[in-house]
Ligand binder design. Sequence first.
Ligand code: TXA
Ligand code: MG
Length: 318
Amino acid sequence: MTTEYIHAAVPGAVERAAALLQRGEVVAFPTETVYGLGATVFNSIAVRKVFDAKGRPADNPLIVHIAAVEDIHRVAVRIPPLFSVLATRFFPGPLTVIVDKHPDVPDIVTAGLPSVAVRMPAHDVALALIRAVGEPLVAPSANRSGRPSPTSAQHVLDDLDTRIAAVLDGGICSIGIESTVVSLRNNHIAILRPGSITKEELEEATGRTVVYAEMGKSGVPVAPGMKYRHYAPQARITLASTMHEVQQRIQEAQIKIRVLANEPIEGAGSVRPLRASTLYAEFRQADADGVEEIVLLCNSGIQRNVGLMNRILKAAAG
Ligand code: TXA
Ligand code: MG
């Protein structure tokens, strides 16, 4: 299959991408977090193509993307009162809520779970595309399974060229890490995946205590996706907590090293930035440059950023 490149600024771009989706094809599109790999939610055959293109395990459910808050009712039932509090404050935005699934949503979307993940992206191109299609879109991150999520159309093509019908290029994603995922079941809020919307912001908006639920009671991850290897570049990842540790590692290492940090480091040559918006792009660039080890300076500022630290730790464990 030839993958069609569609620049979002070209007249008719969104309509072209929407026509492909309506025909049951898979199209990658930009969001404010990372690029998503879209298919129409009620077409199981199209959704199957998303799993195939990514090489994604069938037991890892997808997020449904809507373009209006009230469209939650097309894919979910028994919406808890907490939903409207969160939607008023954070929709559109990088927040995904897990609620009870509507019977119309095919089981393949939710990997057979009785719940469904829903979010409304804060990106004009994504919203225009969903509206033009006239149906919510499933969209996991548009990378091959196990690769860092894509934050540009080029990253999507690097992973999925010839495997998908088209990529809609809307430029670089501003946030750069995936949405915060929260469960709202039983009208309680639990964070299944941290992101740029923080626990404190969720507590402030709802007046509730919010907990991290990364691991279930039996040690089984709560978000099905958490158990898979993620976000990992080919290069080995080393974490340092002080500038001195970075300098030591540079001195002893006999291999091609790259340092990512949010402050200058004496003797480290050219340090590349460490921040959420460019983390995955830096991982991809390091691999392209044949870097063998990436040293990340996780100082207290970085450590306070729970979403960013979560991706860093997963990459280091990978
Ligand atoms: O920012 C984002 O969320 C991006 C953009 C494209 O919207 N999407 C994204 O999708 O990161 P994906 O498929 O890479 O991650 C979805 C996460 C996985 O960890 C999955 O297990 C979890 O959401 N998830 C989906 N449905 C769920 C459900 N019903 N219950 C619990 N976790 C669920
Ligand atoms: Mg992903």
